[in-house]
Design a protein around this ligand. Structure first.
Ligand code: CTP
Ligand code: MG
Length: 246
């Protein structure tokens, strides 16, 4: 079965600093989004890519992707939303009903190797409901009680580093599972509003599957699948790209 991919690309990229929306910022002269879509299109398993663009930028993003001729793959652009979760939901709605495997890949991870994409699809094909690529952590991680005004933060605990993984994308799902958890999350938000005691924000799609009791499995990710978040990440991405082109 051929897989489809949703690429949330509607974020502003505030942590990257002033400039164009992050997905349109350039790496090696090419927008991050184009790199990310190419990385997916390189996989034989991926037949369709749906990009969730900034709502005011849909025509521009469509023209941009057209101008970069992406291996004859079916590329569609829809308007994204106010949160990553909403952007993914809007992208999912544009995927034809017969597609059984869906990937979700951040536009901000332009350099993911195709082997990671293929490994995620393979794990879903082998029967997993939800698959995330991930890598071991270099840093020790501590849970703290956040404090206002830069005051020192008390440490609550230090989870054993060997059991922790930093999660990347593309994350892969049985389509029905991903659609169901997104619908449930939407219904929950509608009933809870932004009320106190609301559930903590979920920062990835697999997290929604976990919230509603599904099983998520991890496959090996890759150091080059890092997310471009802060200015230093763009420096690293330029260096990785230069090394690839050498
Ligand atoms: N994203 C999206 N719609 C939003 C917010 C984020 O599609 N409303 C996408 C981003 O475009 C990005 C991915 O989700 O490809 C991961 O989010 P992140 O790295 O946080 O990007 P931004 O939200 O753009 O950055 P920041 O949080 O620094 O503003
Ligand atoms: Mg963000």
């Amino acid at each position: 079965a051929v897989a489809a991919a949703v690429v949330p690309a509607a974020g502003r990229g505030e942590r990257l600093g002033p400039g164009a929306p992050k997905a349109l910022r350039e790496l090696g002269g090419v927008p991050l989004l184009v790199h990310a879509v190419r990385a997916l299109a390189r996989s034989r398993a991926v037949g369709l890519v749906v990009v969730a663009a900034p709502p005011e930028g849909v025509p521009e993003v469509g023209a941009l992707l057209d101008s970069h001729g992406l291996d004859g793959k079916d590329i569609r652009v829809v308007a994204g939303g106010a949160t990553r979760q909403e952007s993914v939901r809007l992208g999912l709605a544009a995927i034809p009903a017969e597609v059984e495997i869906v990937l979700v890949h951040d536009a901000a991870r332009p350099l993911v190797p195709v082997d990671v994409v293929d490994a995620v699809v393979a794990a879903v094909r082998s029967g997993a409901d939800a698959v995330v690529p991930a890598v071991p952590l270099a840093d020790t991680v501590k849970r703290v009680v956040p404090q206002a005004g830069g005051r020192p933060e008390p440490v609550v605990e230090t989870p054993e580093r060997a059991t922790l993984r930093a999660v990347q994308t593309p994350q892969g799902f049985r389509r029905a599972v991903l659609c169901e958890v997104h619908e449930k999350a939407l219904a929950e938000e509608a009933s809870a509003g932004q009320a106190e005691g609301a559930l903590p924000p979920v920062t990835d799609d697999a997290g929604l599957v976990e919230r509603f009791g599904g099983q998520v499995v991890v496959v090996p990710g890759h150091e080059e699948a890092f997310k471009v978040t802060r200015p230093l990440d763009l420096v690293l991405a330029e260096a990785v790209l230069a090394r690839r082109r050498a």
